[in-house]
Design a protein around this ligand. Structure first.
Ligand SMILES: [Zn+2]
Length: 273
């Protein structure tokens, strides 16, 4: 296989500093020809836009992860942060292919997320939907519900937003069957990561099975979410091959067919060649 894409990586983080060249080499050997480095913060968005490789095509995104929501006076600081993100896009228009990762994260709270924080996360997400529309870029959505309540609370809230006039992807999808249906009905893509290799994730593999191949993207979210045989270790783009392997198994298609279609899907969503 010679055309794989990792649509969600964080190669700018310190975990990749010591052996960046070997990481890229292993990715290329595995067949990876393109990587999208995701910006969860303003600094990371800038660093991601500046990443280059002579072996693999590098793209990036601009965004603010809900974990970095400004809680002190969000209504004043969010517009300033949007301006900073837009400036990165204007500096690197040929590199930046999306807005995000952005969305809602009620998972990080072990006990209870306050209404105030929910409100701020929603305002931050709304601002990035507007930015994506303005720049005609797709959205990379992060959505995680709280574990304690057992409710699909973040998933309920996320579909209250108005996504008309913008396309995007739910990255490392972990929602319910209903959430998958809603996302697909909006015309969005579902991106699957190495967590589909985890034995307990039968529901996710069921959702994968019924998701049309034309609406699937592949990612690693590295350095996070390593495949089952590397649990506890650093993840890296070469492991996107594991995602292709499981998709082909679950769907009963050849790895070549899966790889070719999902590459084409990414080209289409992110307008990359
Ligand atoms: Zn990520």
């Amino acid at each position: 296989m010679n055309q794989l894409i990792d649509t969600h990586a964080h190669l700018d983080v310190k975990q990749f500093k010591p052996d960046f060249d070997s990481v890229i080499k292993r990715a290329r050997t595995a067949g990876v020809t393109a990587i999208i480095n995701i910006g969860p913060s303003i600094n990371s968005s800038k660093a991601a836009a500046q990443m280059n490789s002579d072996q693999i095509k590098m793209f990036s995104t601009i965004g603010l992860h809900p974990e970095y929501v400004p809680l002190a006076n969000p209504l004043k600081s969010i517009p300033l942060k949007m301006k900073a993100l837009e400036r990165i896009y204007q500096t690197y228009p040929q590199k930046v292919v999306g807005v995000g990762e952005c969305g809602l994260d009620y998972f990080k709270h072990k006990e209870h997320i306050t209404d105030e924080e929910k409100k701020a996360q929603k305002a931050l997400f709304q601002a990035q939907i507007i930015l994506a529309k303005k720049l005609h870029l797709p959205l990379i959505i992060h959505c995680r519900h709280s574990v304690i309540s057992g409710l699909q609370d973040a998933w309920e809230d996320i579909f209250d937003f108005n996504f008309s006039g913008v396309n995007g992807v739910f990255h490392s999808f972990t929602g319910s069957k209903e959430a998958a249906q809603k996302a697909l009905a909006l015309g969005f893509y579902l991106s699957f990561s190495c967590i589909i290799t985890y034995p307990k994730n039968n529901l996710l593999r069921e959702i994968l099975k019924t998701t049309p191949l034309e609406r699937i993207l592949t990612e690693t979210d590295c350095p996070f979410l390593p495949p089952q045989h590397l649990r506890g270790q650093r993840n890296e783009p070469a492991n996107v091959l594991e995602v292709i392997r499981v998709i082909s198994e679950v769907k009963g298609l050849s790895q070549e067919e899966v790889a070719e279609t999902v590459y084409h899907n990414a080209q289409k969503l992110f307008s990359i060649v």
